[in-house]
Design a protein around this ligand. Structure first.
Ligand code: BLA
Length: 301
């Protein structure tokens, strides 16, 4: 049952190869449901970088209630490791999007681990309560070991939930161990949500769920912080394919609105998309939610 997981080999400093995270998630998912290979998997199974030292592993599946579960790991020996793992429900469910992104060098790891909300939790309190109220203790469990990573691209915050782990840590074995444990906890919560999810029959709500997922995919397809590195590794056009047809597959299918329809503040003078990652800049020196998951911001934001 290995499906190519476990390739790569060799760890980075004291870090862990992220295939272990992926294997855990797939095994845990298979305990509960049946994974079917997603059509995108064949196309992206054998990605090769322009240098021979970088190993890519791409896997994608779907399952009942799960539109897309995909993972990409990248490992360049003695240089960096990447984990990009995400899972999206079918639009008949309003489930949060499981999101685990880690960029690790020998010195440090940049981490985002979250159940990204489908609806902005500062606006949709009912959504916040439905999914996050009962799992706020996860924040206490990890906020000391995986502390807030400091100022962040402000736009990211609307895609984050009150339980997000945004952190930058020194790449030690201990820190990776804690991250692995957090990854398992968060993923199990997501699987629990999937189990309990009840199909929405109201077509208006389904259309809203679909549009929200499309908005998320559109944002990440255009502005993901990993995109520039992917372009460097495999070239501009293959990186674009990977982003649109694998990582954020659905961006061309779930909706027809454009990036600028969703995010008009990025329109530049000539009508194209402003290349800046952030129009507002970085903010939030400290964790900006209280224990009830309400956004409180902070003095410097
Ligand atoms: C940096 N990645 C970051 C940062 C964040 C994220 C918050 C810090 C910089 C910032 O403030 O924007 C991740 N941001 C996210 C995620 C969401 C978001 C997951 O808004 C979801 C809504 N990272 C990857 C992949 C690569 C990668 C696949 O996931 C490379 C192939 C690299 N991430 C990467 C690098 C940096 C980074 C190189 C540092 C460079 C930078 O800060 O731009």
């Amino acid at each position: 049952m290995s499906f190519g997981v476990g390739g790569g080999g060799g760890s980075l400093g004291a870090g862990l190869p992220y295939q272990k995270f992926v294997s855990f998630a797939l095994e845990e998912t298979r305990l509960r449901t049946t994974l079917t290979p997603h059509p995108s998997q064949d196309k992206f199974k054998f990605i090769k970088s322009s240098d021979d030292n970088t190993v890519f592993n791409a896997l994608s599946f779907s399952a009942p209630k799960i539109r897309l579960l995909r993972s990409l790991t990248i490992e360049k020996k003695n240089s960096f490791q990447v984990l990009d793992f995400a899972a999206f429900s079918e639009p008949e469910y309003d489930l949060p999007i499981f999101c685990a992104n880690v960029f690790t060098t020998t010195a440090q790891s940049i981490v985002v681990l979250d159940l990204n909300p489908l609806y902005d939790t500062t606006v949709h309190k009912d959504y916040k309560d439905k999914y996050y109220k009962n799992i706020m203790p996860l924040v206490q469990k990890y906020s000391e070991l995986l502390p807030w990573g400091g100022k962040i691209t402000s736009e990211s915050l609307r895609f984050f939930s009150p339980i997000v782990i945004w952190t930058i840590f020194e790449s030690t074995e201990h820190n990776h161990h804690v991250l692995h444990s957090a990854f398992m906890d968060y993923y199990k919560v997501w699987l629990e949500f999937i189990d309990q999810a009840i199909k929405e029959n109201n077509q208006v709500t389904v259309a809203q769920n679909r549009e929200q997922q499309h908005k998320y995919l559109t944002w990440r397809t255009e502005k993901d912080p990993g995109y520039p590195l992917l372009k460097k590794l495999i070239g501009e056009s293959r990186a674009e394919d990977l982003v649109k047809e694998f990582l954020f597959e659905g961006v061309n299918l779930l909706g027809t609105k454009s990036f600028l329809d969703y995010f008009p503040e990025y329109t530049s003078d000539d009508g194209s998309i402003n290349k800046k990652r952030s129009m507002i800049g970085k903010s939030f020196e400290t964790r900006p939610w209280n224990a009830n998951g309400e956004l409180i911001g902070n003095a410097e934001s």
